[in-house]
Every structure is written in C-alpha cells, then in structure tokens.
Ligand binder design. Structure first.
Ligand code: THU
Length: 137
C-alpha cells in the first residue's frame, strides 16, 4: 500500500502540469483507489474563467472515466507560483464532488513541499452535513 508521503509526492509531481496562466496558483491532487491505483490531477484554467477545473476534480474524473470509483484517500497540495509550503484545503465544489464518491472513513491529506501532511476524516471534518445521493432516495 502506498504511503501518505508517496501520495503527497504524487500530488506534488502533478502540480508541474498545472495550467494556471490566470491565477498562477498551482494545485495537485493524487487519489488512491481501493484496488491500489493512484490517479493524479492538476488544475486547468480557462480564459473564460468558469470552465476552469480544480486538481481534485481532474484526478477524480480521470479515475471515474477509467472505471475506478471506489476510493480510500486523496492527497492535495497547492500554492501561489508553485510555492507549496502551506496547506491547501479543497474548495467547496471539490468537496461536493468528493462526497459523491467517498465512503465512510475516506481521508483528505493536505500536504506541503516537505512531504509533511495533515490527515482529515472527510465526512467528520471536511464536509459535515454533506448532501449525498442517499438523500435522493
Ligand atoms: N484550485 C484547485 O485546483 N483546487 C482547490 O480545491 C482550490 C482551488 C485551483 C482553482 C484555480 O485554478 C486556482 O486554484 C485558484 O483558485
């Protein structure tokens, strides 16, 4: 099983592909599937701004489009001008997308450039009172 440090390192690598001509704020994410695969993603901006996609969603959509939608945890790093010294929590839209696929116990790992990290329980700490698909039943 991949370590948290290795998952953070994969997220750091992903920031190198960030397409951020407008914000210059690089974000990388790496999500671990239950079968041990890692999907990475970067943020991808657009001249029209709203079509921009966050790193977390890039990683999740890559995984789902490859048939993987059972996840254990996601590592996220980000910062201005590629400076990854501070922790970068996921935005609200990404929290909602994570909620679609996360199961009880899913973890969010915020990392920095030293591969230090903080671990959060998604449903307890990152998106309590989540609106999820079982509400639609
Ligand atoms: N961003 C992410 O990629 N993930 C987040 O959760 C926070 C924000 C991106 C969007 C935009 O490209 C840049 O960071 C500045 O908001």
């Amino acid at each position: 099983m991949i370590s948290n440090e290795e998952l953070v390192q994969a997220a750091i690598e992903a920031t190198k592909n960030s397409y951020v001509p407008y914000s210059n704020f690089n974000v990388g994410a790496a999500i671990l599937t239950k079968n041990g695969q890692v999907f990475t993603g970067c943020n991808i901006e657009n001249a029209s701004y709203t079509p921009s996609n966050c790193a977390e969603r890039t990683a999740i959509f890559k995984a789902v489009s490859e048939g993987q939608k059972e996840f254990i945890k996601i590592a996220i790093v980000g910062g201005p001008n590629g400076n990854l010294e501070n922790y970068c929590p996921p935005c609200g839209v990404c929290r909602q997308v994570i909620a679609e696929f996360a199961e009880e116990g899913f973890q969010v790992i915020l990392g920095n450039d030293k591969c230090e990290y903080q671990v959060y329980d998604f449903f307890q700490e990152v998106l309590p009172l989540a609106f999820t698909k079982n509400k639609l039943k």
